[in-house]
Write a protein that binds this ligand. Sequence first.
Ligand code: 1GP
Length: 249
Amino acid sequence: MIFDKLETQRNSKGTQVLALIDPDVKNDNIFPQIIDTVNKSNFDGLLVGGSRIVDDNFNKRLLFIKENTDLPIILFPGDSSQISDNAEAILFLSLLSGRNPKYLIEEQVISARRINDLNIEVIPTGYLLLKTEKKSAVELISNTTPLDMNNTNNVIDHCLAAQYMGNKLLFLECGSNSDSSVELSLLKQIKNKITIPLMVGGGIKNKEMALNLAEAGASYLVIGSLIEQTLDFNITLDINQSVRGLYVS
Ligand code: 1GP
C-alpha cells in the first residue's frame, strides 16, 4: 500500500517530497522534460492532477508518465474525471475549507464506484485551501472561499474537524504558483494540535522555504510549478536532499 510505504519511508528518511505533474495540454511540449526532471530529483512520489484540464487526454498523459518513471503515482484529482488505474493510489479529497457541496460530497459520490471497480488505493484527505494574495485556480473553479490564515482558531478548527472525520492526511493548500506558502507560526500551531500527517503545497520555490516548512511540521511537501518553470533537476534535487533526514515528531 502506497500510503503505508510513504509513512514508513517518512519514519526512516524524514520529510517526504512529492512532485506534482499537471497533465494538461499546456505542458505537452515540455512533458518529457518535466518527467526527466522529476526522475533525476530524488522525489519520494509523484502526484498527478490538475484543476483544469482542457482536453480529454488526461489518461493518455498519465500512461506516458507511468511508462517513464519508477516513482509511485498518486492521483490528485481536480474532479471525478481524473480517475484511472494507471495510478496506484488516489488522494480522495474533500475540500473542507469550502462550503460547495460539489467538492464536499457530490464529486466523491460520482467517483466512488469507479474507484472501487478499478481497485485503486484510497487515501482519505482533508483538503484545506488557504488564502494568499493571489486568487488560486482552486478558489476560482471550486467557487469557495479560502481560509484566512490570520484566523488561527478557525483554521485549527477545520484541521481538527478533518482529523475527526477520519482523514488519513491533511493537505494545506496555498494554490499552485502562489507567492507565499503556509505561514510558519500557523503551521507550528496546527502541528501541535493535529496527529495525522500534514501535506503542504503551493508556492514552494526554494530550499529555504522547503526546510522551514518541514521544520515547522510539514510531513509531506508538494512541488509542482517550480519543476515546470525551471526544468532543472539541480534545483529540485537540492531541495529534496535538504529535507532528507529531517524528522518532526
Ligand atoms: C498545487 O500544491 C500544489 O496544488 C503545488 O503548488 O505548483 O506552487 O508547487 P506549486
